[in-house]
Design a protein around this ligand. Structure first.
Ligand code: PLP
Length: 459
């Protein structure tokens, strides 16, 4: 069931502003397309912007809309464009594979699938690891929850407050934010713990060390009240949709000591934090690595550079615990694995993790120094190319209006960014990892301009 403690006075969609009744329908040339879109898609399917954009092509860190306008893509698709738009290496690998055979299913052997699984198993840091490919992050987390609950023979799981893990029945049921969960029913019994948000909540005033100790005490308390076996803790090392927030480094290492004592599995959801995006580490969990690797790791988004791929990595004994035979029709298909292999090769050969660290630091510093004269900015946080900007009203309360306004102004100035946060008041900045220093400077300048405009109209 959804967590009553996170009840949200300003419900925010996980990804965007959603339909805005206060604004008239767009008058642009693609107005007819928008009307058709709305007529045939669910009312809850969110779009960005008062006048949603149709993106028609991309190159490098830029995308173009149907009217020919160019934008700097500071959201990397939706953290999906990991390396660059239209990366020739990926395009070539996909075209070559498409020319041979598009699809076979897991009933047949596939060289790219095995090669990619070998590389991901090794990179994951999980000993004796096996990989199961899916077509999305939701499905990857579903599979991880299925494995963990089957392995531990319990449907009771721990999740973080303010978390987001997908939109299937099991994953919406565990989200730590009631406004992101369209149902109060869930196949899982979920217990929520503190720790995903450092600068708000009851422990915000504590030092890092005391914050971690308080979260561990909270975890122990929750476990003390749990009836029967708890299967797993699922957590994003940096909360993505939650607004790029995290607890202090080492938090999950401290948690792991408690989890290990109870035999509870640690599932790290690396859908947004994987592949070096955070700069210092290849995976988000590595900032918490002291107590050893997680038991399961899920990934999606960036690995396919836009191709729909996800997956779960688990220790062999956990992965192999399911009794019934199964297949995946599309998971690990030749076309997505061939593209992902080329994407991963490019990432590693060009040290895009190192680039994320360096250009991310540049961007962060530039935004932080500009924020000093922008009272609507409460905090600029993040690591590598995963930067969150939290916006507030004069009285310090969350300002989703300022975030919506900044998104609109940034778009007008030619930069696309994302939005998130428990109250929809955080900007999310996550460009492709090949971002150049010049593009970082240019994008930061435009974002600061957008923030100034937002402050003028909202503040
Ligand atoms: N996990 C995290 C951390 C995510 O941010 C998301 C999507 O935003 C998901 C899982 C779900 O992934 P998908 O949208 O590919 O199903």
């Amino acid at each position: 069931t959804a967590d009553p403690h996170t009840a949200d006075p300003h419900p925010a969609d996980p990804h965007t502003a959603g339909p805005d009744a206060a604004h008239p329908p767009p008058a642009g040339p693609h107005r007819a397309l928008l009307a058709r879109h709305r007529a045939v898609t669910p009312s809850w399917l969110a779009t960005y912007y008062r006048e949603p954009i149709e993106l028609t092509h991309g190159e490098g860190r830029h995308v173009w809309d149907a009217e020919g306008r160019r934008y700097l893509d500071f959201f990397g698709g939706i953290l999906t464009t990991m390396t660059a738009h239209a990366l020739p290496e990926v395009t070539k690998a996909v075209a070559e594979q498409a020319g041979r055979i598009l699809h076979t299913s897991t009933l047949y052997l596939s060289t790219p699938m095995v090669e990619l699984a070998e590389q991901i198993a090794e990179l994951s840091g999980i000993p004796d690891a096996k990989v199961f490919f899916t077509t999305s992050g939701t499905e990857a987390n579903d599979a991880a929850l299925l494995l963990a609950t089957a392995f531990r023979r319990s449907n009771q799981v721990l999740a973080m407050r303010n978390s987001y893990h997908g939109r299937s029945f099991s994953t919406v049921g565990i989200t730590g934010n009631t406004s992101w969960s369209p149902t109060s029913l869930s196949p899982l019994q979920t217990l929520y713990v503190h720790g995903g948000v450092r600068t708000r909540g009851p422990f915000a005033h504590l030092s890092d060390e005391d914050f971690t100790a308080a979260c561990v005490a909270d975890l122990e308390d929750v476990l003390g009240q749990a009836e029967g076996t708890v299967a797993a803790l699922i957590a994003e090392p940096i909360q993505g949709v939650g607004g790029f927030t995290s607890g202090p480094d080492g938090l999950y290492a401290a948690f792991k000591e408690v989890l290990d004592r109870h035999g509870i599995l640690w599932i790290t959801d690396e859908v947004q934090t994987g592949w070096g995006r955070t700069g210092d580490h290849f995976w988000g969990w590595q900032a918490h690595g002291a107590a050893g690797p997680p038991d399961l790791l899920t990934f999606a988004k960036g690995i396919g550079n836009g191709l729909s791929m996800g997956g779960v990595v688990a220790r062999a004994e956990v992965m192999d615990c399911l009794g019934a035979n199964s297949i995946s029709t599309f998971g690990g298909s030749p076309i997505t694995t061939a593209g992902a292999l080329a994407n991963l090769r490019y990432l590693r050969e060009h040290d895009l993790q190192g680039n994320a660290r360096a250009t991310g630091a540049l961007l962060l510093n530039r935004l932080r120094s500009a924020a000093e004269e922008l009272p609507i900015v409460r905090e600029v946080r993040g690591r590598g190319l995963m930067i969150g900007v939290e916006l507030v009203e004069r009285d310090g309360s969350p300002s989703p209006q300022a975030a919506t306004a900044t998104l609109e102004y940034a778009r007008e100035l030619g930069v696309l960014i994302g939005k998130g946060g428990r109250q929809g008041n955080a900007l999310r900045i996550a460009p492709p990892l090949s971002l150049t220093p010049a593009e970082a400077e240019q994008g930061a300048g435009l974002l600061v301009q957008a923030l100034r405009q937002a402050q003028h109209t909202v503040g």
